[in-house]
Design a protein around this ligand. Structure first.
Ligand code: PEP
Ligand code: MN
Length: 376
């Protein structure tokens, strides 16, 4: 089979430093072509044979274009990417097995649902996000100490969480607030992963820290404040690590999709989109969790959708209601901040659930998930 993009299901196991891994990561897709790039989709007939599909893929590669093969339940969709003048000359509709060919007209091409014609499943460690199961991510806002992270990791795992969160590099409004433990925090997360078996998601704030964070993380978090840090987006796009991109607090849904396009255009299709609340005129809550984003994103993109109700509402007592609402709205995953001693937390204690309240929430999430045809 010809080289196409790496499958969206990439399992980062034990990882060599990023500099070594970069050699094997895929080449940029649009970034070297920019101005006149085009994405076309070839929809194959339901009875197209594997041989016909492979023939199309190999011809596309011979022309110096890229092909992304997506296998839906009914048919195979082949996304073709390259310079517009090159693509337009090619008789893509002439291959046997092709039903139709059309351009992706949306400004976000690689992230658009039609580019794949099926939902992507992204693997974080061994956990799949984007399948029937609603994946629960949980953990403290910041990693603070060995006792803290080990104890929280164990309790959330026992309650049903599948991914451990915790910030080692913290984006804080004030430069005088706790900024995270940095490398020590990453090492503590790795220890918590070993003890709990849970894969970890942690934030990378700066391109200069990416090499280090990527040595530890199973999934990189790009925080709301960095959603339009385009050089950071491009850098994480050159890895094959899963990336969870959080919506900026003043960003539209379209802005979020365009930012995700930066990551995919560098060759990394392992992207999760996260709704975490936006700034509105409302002052009774920290942010306004825009659950409209869930069905809209599910329709517009093949990427899985995560909801963070903790930052979305910002008040502990109200987090469970919004977590349940997120699952009812169709979220593929929810991220919840949990702390064993919130009154002593170095960040976001006021919105963190106690482990026992988290356990109770998981039980209720399970009921809602089942009611909407999902599972936990
Ligand atoms: C966080 O997850 O702790 C965080 C800082 O999130 P956001 O970037 O959404 O504010
Ligand atoms: Mn937080």
């Amino acid at each position: 089979m010809r080289t196409v993009f790496p499958s969206p299901e990439v399992t980062p196991g034990h990882r060599p430093p990023l500099s070594a891994r970069r050699k094997t990561s895929c080449e940029p897709i649009f970034s070297t072509q920019t101005a006149n790039s085009l994405a076309m989709i070839i929809i194959t007939r339901p009875d197209a044979t594997e041989e016909q599909i492979q023939h199309i893929v190999s011809r596309i590669a011979d022309w110096g274009l890229r092909a992304e093969v997506s296998r839906g339940e009914m048919r195979v969709v082949i996304g073709v990417i390259g310079a517009e003048d090159k693509i337009r000359q090619k008789p893509l509709g002439a291959f046997p097995g092709v039903e139709s060919v059309m351009p992706v007209l949306k400004p976000y091409k690689l992230v658009s649902y039609e580019f794949r014609g099926t939902a992507s499943r992204i693997k974080v460690g061994d956990v799949v996000v984007g399948s029937k199961e609603v994946v629960i991510m949980a953990g403290p806002c910041s990693v603070e100490s060995e006792d803290q992270i080990l104890s929280i990791a164990q309790s959330i795992r026992d309650s049903g969480a599948k991914i451990l969160r915790g910030g080692a590099f913290k984006p804080r409004t004030s430069p005088y607030s706790f900024q995270g433990l940095g490398k020590v925090g990453l090492q503590l997360l790795a220890e918590a992963r070993r003890e709990s078996g849970l894969p970890i998601i942690t934030e990378v704030m700066d391109t200069k820290d990416l090499e280090l964070v990527a040595e530890y993380a199973d999934c990189l978090q790009i925080g709301a404040r960095n959603m339009q840090n385009f050089s950071l987006l491009r850098e994480v796009g050159r890895t094959q690590l899963p990336v969870m991109l959080k919506r900026g607090m003043a960003a539209s849904i379209k802005d979020l999709l365009m930012s995700a396009e930066y990551i995919l255009s560098e060759g990394n299709f392992n992207v999760l989109l996260c709704e975490r609340g936006i700034r509105t005129f409302e002052t009774m809550t920290r942010n306004t969790l825009d659950l409209n984003a869930v069905p809209v994103l599910k329709a517009e993109t093949h990427l899985p959708v995560v909801v963070d109700p903790t930052h979305g509402i910002g008040i502990r007592d109200f987090v469970p209601a919004m977590a349940l609402a997120a699952v009812a709205a169709g979220a593929d995953s929810i991220m919840i901040e949990v702390h064993n001693a919130p009154e002593f937390a170095k960040s976001d204690g006021e919105q963190s659930l106690l482990p026992k309240d988290f356990a109770d929430l998981v039980r209720r999430v399970r009921c809602v998930a089942e009611a909407v045809g999902r599972a936990v």
